[in-house]
Design a protein around this ligand. Structure first.
Ligand code: EPZ
Length: 419
């Protein structure tokens, strides 16, 4: 267990290199199960969730080699099995369920422990299962394990009741080796899905409509290994953009500005200075953040994964802003912690009303989930005095060496092990 100790109110200035996307790397690791040949993934982030997914792959007899010093992961699923006894490991991260589609389409069977919910919501998998059933899977759920069977998946027309990112990813992967054509309508359009489709196409998959809400997959008899560079993490980039808007002037290198549009738009609306410069973006604090309203939406709307961080920025903004969280039912857990630092935030159902205050003051706070933890880092950097953030394992699930990157631009943040 560890904590971050942050001395706030420092002016931050400098450059940060953005790492590869966690939410792109996880489905792409699962997609490597679709072939017996070796896949080489570059720009892989070194994160707790990636390490757990790596262990899950090894538990199903997949050969992996993660060269962390150069962010390269080699995956060879020639000897993979679908029925390992790895429930406990699978239950550690929700992304484990992304192996369902690949294992089912490769072996005709899959056994996955039901993914736990997490603190931000119940996180059901009904849309995944409904779509896989349409492709011909027989599904049973008992003792906390989902068993899927189908000799050979058959292409189908699938409509997603909600543009679920994970369900879209699972179904595209399953359809890649199915017999015939699959159409996924009302598909999610997050950039990580586009990156997955690019990787699958390099493996030989025939996919049309990449990045749109209607994706068509013509099933292939088999797929080959491929080399792929993971896209930059737009949520890590967004998080550092907000730190720049709150605390100084930060240049972010290796971003894809086209993936940052909703964050750039909202930051400019709030009065921050944002300059796009090729594969970099510079965000500067202008001394006055005007609170605005935010509604989280599926991409290309404002991302739910940036909602807690933006709330931290608004806590010190001028005026009142309203955040409407439409994606997850319990994603305001940062509110109590921010109010302990002097923020003035009230929640009403899926909305939070943020009245900006003049200052936040340091105290002991707790990270309740990944992005709420990131929000507390922003508020601690902007607050007066010392803030101790505990349960930082949540934060380290999704941010590569965030304390080191922050020290590099002048932040006074220390990581303290708590035994
Ligand atoms: C992905 O989760 C991301 N995780 C999440 O990032 C992100 O918040 C989310 O997409 C939305 O953008 C990864 O990519 C590993 P969903 P996922 O299926 O796929 C409901 C982070 O902080 N739903 O799009 O699980 C669900 O309950 C994480 O990096 C169903 O009802 O998200 C939720 O309300 C957090 N039935 C909504 O859809 C289903 O079968 C969005 O879920 C599936 C989802």
């Amino acid at each position: 267990m560890g904590k971050y100790v942050v001395e706030g109110s420092k002016k931050l200035k400098g450059s940060v290199d953005i790492s590869g996307s966690k939410n792109s790397a996880l489905p792409i690791m699962a997609a490597a199960l679709l072939t017996e040949e070796e896949c080489v993934l570059e720009n892989m982030p070194t994160l707790r969730d990636i390490n757990i997914m790596d262990s899950i792959m090894q538990s199903i007899a997949v050969e992996t080699r993660f060269e962390k010093q150069n962010n390269i992961m080699r995956i060879k699923a020639g000897g993979a099995v679908y029925n390992a006894d790895n429930n406990e490991l699978m239950g550690k991260i929700r992304a484990s369920f992304l192996t369902a589609g690949p294992l089912l389409s490769r072996f005709g069977r899959a056994r996955i422990s039901l993914p736990g919910g997490c603190s931000i919501g119940s996180r059901p998998i009904d849309l995944h299962l409904k779509g896989l059933a349409k492709l011909g899977a027989e599904i049973s759920k008992e003792f906390g394990v989902v068993e899927l069977k189908c000799k050979k998946l058959k292409g189908a027309d699938i409509y997603l009741d909600f543009p679920s990112v994970g369900a879209t990813e699972n179904l595209i992967m399953a359809a890649s080796l199915a017999d015939g054509v699959t159409t996924v309508s009302n598909a999610a359009m997050e950039p990580e899905i586009g990156d997955l489709c690019t990787f699958l196409q390099k493996m030989g998959a025939e996919i049309y409509g990449k990045g749109t809400d209607t994706v068509r997959v013509v099933g292939s008899p088999g797929l080959k290994g491929a080399i792929h560079r993971i896209i930059p993490d737009r949520i890590e980039a967004g998080t550092f953009m907000l730190i720049g808007a709150a605390c100084g002037e930060i240049r972010l290198n290796f971003v894809r500005t086209e993936h940052l549009r909703p964050i750039v738009a909202k930051l400019r609306e709030a009065g921050a200075e944002v300059v796009e410069d090729g594969d970099a973006v510079v965000v500067k604090n202008t001394g006055c953040i005007k609170n605005t309203d935010i509604k989280t939406m599926p991409y290309p709307g404002f991302p739910t994964d940036m909602q807690p961080q933006f709330m931290s920025l608004m806590a010190l903004g001028q005026g009142t802003g309203v955040i409407n969280e439409t994606i997850f039912e319990n994603r305001f857990m940062q509110v109590n912690e921010l109010n302990r630092m002097g923020a003035d935030i009230k929640t009403e159902g899926s909305s939070a009303i943020i009245r900006g205050v003049k200052r936040l003051t340091g105290t002991n706070v707790r990270a309740t989930d990944l992005r709420a933890g990131a929000a507390l880092i922003i508020s601690a950097l902007a607050a007066e005095g010392t803030t101790e953030i505990s349960d930082i394992y949540h934060i380290e699930r999704g941010y590569c060496g965030i304390d080191e990157k922050l020290r590099h631009i002048g932040a006074d943040i220390r990581r303290v092990d708590q035994g």
